[in-house]
Ligand binder design. Structure first.
Ligand SMILES: Cc1cc2nc3c(=O)[nH]c(=O)nc-3n(C[C@H](O)[C@H](O)[C@H](O)COP(=O)(O)O)c2cc1C
Length: 206
């Protein structure tokens, strides 16, 4: 089957995050985001792609701060309320019935009931005509202890982080499950000289 090049998102499982920001005037905003990725393991930056007409982008430009909260699969209804196009003076926490979770290092709150919270500051914006790539530095990262084991790894079968597969007419919300196979990072570097000191250390020993 040949797809159009612009259908590339239909073959990629994507994460779903909630990005919260605050406007210069103090209005709280939350929006779901899937075009979001860490920039290489084990660095501390993330990049997100935003259409130009987004209150989220306006607020990040104005304040330089945002929080990425990771919702559970049970939060789809709230996620979809936040996806609606509200005017910038509407508090989307209130609209979606979401409770704020005070942040440690930035002004925007995270979303209570989520699995983890990344507090970010704007590092760089790569602006195109209709969209922008926003590079943020994660300056504080916290997760709900209940879903993490002693080695600091998420039990994602219990936590059920939300993900999505996009289709032609809509999207299927999904969540990751184990495939039955675990590999150590060291398997990627077998036979090679490590290029980063972290690379040959099993995750559990870091
Ligand atoms: C699952 C999901 C993922 C989304 N991902 C993005 C995205 O990566 N970039 C984007 O610009 N909009 C994305 N959207 C659309 C925005 O969430 C939506 O337009 C929202 O109203 C923007 O709110 P804002 O104007 O308050 O920022 C996504 C929507 C959903 C439901």
């Amino acid at each position: 089957m040949i797809l159009r090049p612009s259908q590339r998102e239909q073959v990629l499982p994507l994460p779903v995050a909630l990005i919260s920001t605050v406007s210069e005037g103090g209005v709280r905003n939350v929006a779901p985001w899937s075009n979001l990725t860490p920039i290489l393991r084990p660095l501390d930056e993330i990049v997100l792609a935003s259409w130009i007409k987004r209150d989220t982008l306006d607020n990040i430009r104005a304040t330089g701060e945002f929080v990425v909260s990771i919702p559970t699969a049970s939060m789809v209804d709230e996620v979809m309320i936040c996806a609606r196009n509200y005017p910038p003076d509407v508090d989307e926490f209130e609209e979606a019935g979401l409770a704020p979770r005070p942040s440690v290092k930035v002004r925007p709150p995270g979303v209570k009931g989520c699995l983890a919270w990344m507090e970010c500051v704007l590092k760089e914006e790569i602006a195109r005509k209709n969209f922008s790539l926003v590079i943020g530095e994660v300056i504080h990262l916290e997760a709900d202890d209940r879903y993490f084991n002693d080695s600091g790894e998420m039990d994602f079968e219990r936590a059920q982080p939300l993900s999505v597969m996009l289709g032609r007419e809509g999207m299927w919300f999904t969540r990751p499950i184990r495939s039955g196979r675990f590999v150590h990072y060291v398997e990627m570097t077998a036979g090679r000289t490590p290029v980063h000191p972290d690379q040959n250390t099993p995750h559990s020993e870091r």
